[in-house]
Design a protein around this ligand. Structure first.
Ligand code: BGC
Ligand code: CA
Length: 365
């Protein structure tokens, strides 16, 4: 009898060990797979490159969380045809989610067709497709930020500066003479940023006079050229430079430096993005301010959504606007905020992200 009991107990223990091993093995087999394919419009864009770095960090983060995670990156050199081919490659390579920064935001149909045929969800980011295209399939998402908000904030920064420093109106005519450096025509962030910055100035009772504008396609060198032309036309009349992004504001500053302007003869420069170079220029007071385009938050949102789409888990935790859109908030950056961000840069994402703070997934090292 006693022998039987011992045998039975032994059997139970063995079964337990065996089950434990099987489960562990199954744990390993069932590791969640996150294979992200990313294609972005151009390799020379400062903001996009920084955003891509954040995406890489995020994927590593998912690996550390126990996912089987990998990212494949393709730069499309400004060609929609190249980007369409890259999407094919990424699908063939076995990606289970696609993140697409469109070259031509009005031409996503081929990519949408490819993704739908293969049943792979797409997260568009930064370059927003038009609403009708987003309706083509229910597995299309968008992560970005609202252009109106960034323009308004840039305008408000200008208002605060103008109201606190009478010297900005250098010719004392009661008006602020300004020029605009615009991003790519057709990009949701270009015209809308300009319109809303100007609107905020008017709304706050600032008298303004537009002297000129130049299209510089987000690019620092092009902005320098455009600015050189505007300076040759208007000499020291320009009191304010509104640039649709930091790189173009920096290009404008380059133009004045090239012409050896003294500090007292310089206009006020305002950008948008808060790229590393942009924040540095704000810290050094070369640029009066910028508006932070939360790339860390955008990357976190893109990857959270990617993981949910790839694994089918966690979708209910994500908050959408208009069902399939995630917009991250902008915030204003003055020199003191830029200083603060520099000091806070020891977290693993480099900078403070409102999105991550809100979702309390901010990482400290
Ligand atoms: C950024 C620009 C960038 C562009 C690319 C904008 O949101 O502010 O710096 O060049 O996106 O699409
Ligand atoms: Ca004036």
């Amino acid at each position: 009898m006693k022998k039987k009991k011992i045998l039975a107990a032994g059997f139970v223990i063995c079964m337990g060990i065996w089950l434990f091993c099987v489960c562990r093995k199954e744990d390993r087999l069932e590791k969640d797979k996150l294979y992200v394919g990313v294609t972005y419009y151009d390799q020379s864009d400062t903001f996009i490159n920084a955003l891509i770095d954040c995406l890489k960090d995020e994927v590593q983060n998912y690996e550390e969380k126990g996912y089987e995670a990998a990212i494949q990156l393709r730069g499309a050199s400004g060609s929609q045809r190249i980007q369409n081919d890259q999407v094919k490659e990424l699908i063939d390579a076995g990606c289970n989610v696609l993140c697409v920064n469109l070259v031509d935001r009005a031409d996503p149909s081929e990519i949408i067709d490819l993704a739908r045929e293969n049943g792979i969800p797409v997260i568009f980011f930064n370059r927003e497709p038009v609403a009708e295209d987003m309706m083509q399939w229910d597995k299309l998402y968008y992560v970005g930020a609202t252009a109106v908000q960034s323009g308004t904030m840039q305008g408000e920064l200008a208002v605060e500066l103008i109201k606190s420093d009478a010297g900005i109106d250098r010719n004392h005519d009661g008006k602020i003479q300004y020029v605009v450096l615009e991003g790519e025509p057709g990009h949701q962030d270009a015209i809308i940023r300009t319109e809303n910055a100007v609107e905020a100035l008017k709304r706050n009772g600032i008298e303004i006079e537009k002297l000129s504008y130049g299209i510089a396609n987000w690019n620092r060198a092009q902005a320098q050229n455009q600015m050189l032309q505007m300076i040759s036309q208007h000499q020291n009349k320009i009191e304010l430079v509104l640039a649709n992004n930091d790189d173009m504001a920096l290009g404008a500053i380059d133009a004045y430096e090239k012409l050896n302007y003294t500090e007292s003869a310089l206009p006020v420069f305002l950008g948008i993005d808060g790229t590393d170079v942009g924040l540095n220029a704000v810290r050094e007071s070369k640029m009066a301010g910028t508006v932070y385009n939360d790339k860390e938050g955008q990357a976190a949102a893109i990857m959270e959504l990617s993981a949910a789409l790839a694994t089918g888990k966690g979708m209910e935790k994500i908050e959408f606007e208009k069902e399939r859109y995630i917009y991250l908030p902008y915030f204003k950056v003055t020199p003191s905020i830029a200083d603060y961000m520099e000091k806070g840069s020891r977290n693993r994402y480099g900078k403070v992200s409102l999105y991550m703070l809100q979702r309390s997934v901010i990482m400290t090292s």
